[in-house]
Design a binder for this molecule. Sequence first.
Ligand code: PLP
Length: 361
Amino acid sequence: MDRTLLRAEFPVLTDVAYLNAGTCGPLPRAAGAAAVGLLHQAEQHGRSADHFGVLIAAQDGRRRRLADLVGAARPEDVALTTATTDGIVHVLQGLEWARGDEIVVAEHEHPGLLGPLAALIRQHGVHVRTAPLERIVEAVGPETKLVACSHVRWTDGQVAPAALAELRGRVPVLLDGAQGLGAVPVDVQALGCAFYAGPGQKWLCGPIGTGMLWIDPAWQDRVAARGPAYLNLEAPAEGLDARPWPDARAHDAIATSAEITTSANAAFDVLAEEGWDSLMAGAADLAEALVRRLEAAGRTVAPRGRTTLVAWSDPEPAATRDRLAAAGVVVRDLPGTDLLRASVGAWNDEGDLERLVAALA
Ligand SMILES: Cc1ncc(COP(=O)(O)O)c(C=O)c1O
């Protein structure tokens, strides 16, 4: 991988040590150009059949790209959502629940999972039980109807245990892939999950408003489409007889735009061009290099997996975050913890890490 060439695709990296893809990835120039180009076309020529033709082609392309990336058997097993949370909501609101049904969740999950779960507790009286991520499989009991946890935990980069795959056929697993998709290898078949929800705006470097949800074909008819709209219907002209697609397309976002979908595809292609294996290995190696630098500088790094997130303790995380930002280094603090978190992508380099550690001193 030629890191210099890759870095040149991302204008923000010229001046900033941008280490925040766990929030939003750096946007490649090609992604901005694709969106702006289509907006200008719409300005000049209006938005009619041609424009929607571009949208449909972009959506088909997006579904194919994402299906390839996660090892889906078919593109139709992937829904095009607006965000990780959108996919989580489709699963949680689409499954049937009875009062007292148990959901096992890992500790320290993100509000993107906890918010929709809290809504289920209020709506259906489900019971949510929390277990340590590393022991989540052992926490599953006869009453458990769903296991929901991060593939990669947002606070420290820990990875969900491989033993989750043993639950396949017993209890469905919903993986929150917000810090997994595009960051670490994702093979939905090997993970053994029933649902994998991920973002387009983080490690895929696309615009906000893009996400995906993979649904195991064995579960597609058990997740109701709560409000299927035009794009979710197999034959929209059939009026009240129109049925949702019998696959994940029933959960596509109700509205999306040609601009952001084309832009997301352009961002994806910049990364895919590098080769996902080398991109992910390069990012994980660089994250490990950051751990070594931080430890050498006397910092305590939170235990983590081989991922792209590195979190360390700081006495005043919010103030330090602002101080680093003023020095052109972008990381984030994690509210409710004493941690600062750097997100390391293959687009970063040793110079970015050096700037971070120097600015911390
Ligand atoms: C683990 C985790 N889950 C969910 C989310 C929410 O993601 P989205 O904005 O794509 O819904 C995030 C965002 O930071 C996250 O880190």
